[in-house]
Design a protein around this ligand. Structure first.
Ligand SMILES: [Zn+2]
Ligand SMILES: [Zn+2]
Length: 189
């Protein structure tokens, strides 16, 4: 298959072996993958990742194959991915909190800038028929934006500042629109 392969500070379209679904994995034929600032930082070497690596974690596509232990997903199903990896062993995982040893699709394992990607089945989320791949690929940044609502900030708290110029920061500004005078600053590094 074709993949966008990061190697050192070069990113090139290269041939890569089509992934095979391990027992607990799902192989997705990528329909659309969004470019995140995280991908750019990794490509520029500002984020340390292994080489070579297929970047990309904001994606949607169609299930191509499922591993033998995977239940509830089948080929042909339209899906997106929650790119946060979990160990399922630590106390935080057991309590449904963020993993102590978390990893990320497209940073700690090959990502979605390819024709196919293999991911753990627990990261795969089925899509409703009327959700386009374009909209579904925004699931992760929109979810990250919505996390601001977990902060406990309420309109009565007054002003808030959103730092960043990414989709997530813009989304945070949007979803927290009930806050007064949200200021968006440009990330300068
Ligand atoms: Zn992202
Ligand atoms: Zn864990």
């Amino acid at each position: 298959m074709k993949a966008l392969l990061k190697n050192g500070k070069s990113v090139t379209v290269a041939k890569s072996a089509k992934p095979v679904a391990a027992d607990t994995q799902v192989v997705i034929q990528v329909g659309l993958a969004g470019l995140c600032r995280t991908d750019i930082y990794a490509a520029q070497g500002k984020l340390k990742v292994r080489d070579p690596l297929i970047l990309g974690h904001e994606l949607a596509g169609t299930v191509d194959a499922v591993g033998s232990a995977v239940e509830g997903l089948k080929s042909g199903q339209r899906v997106t991915v929650n790119p946060i990896l979990r160990c399922h062993q630590c106390n935080r995982c057991k309590q449904g909190e963020s993993c102590c040893d978390t990893g990320f699709v497209g940073l700690d394992m090959d990502g979605g800038f390819a024709e196919y990607i293999a991911v753990p089945a627990y990261t795969v989320l089925p899509l409703a028929d009327d959700v386009s791949f374009l909209h579904a690929a925004y699931t992760e940044p929109v979810a990250a934006s919505l996390a601001v609502l977990k902060s406990g900030i309420t309109p009565s708290d007054g002003n808030a500042t959103v730092i960043g110029s990414t989709v997530t920061a813009t989304g945070t500004t949007y979803v927290s629109g009930y806050l007064n005078d949200v200021i968006e600053l440009t990330w300068l590094c």
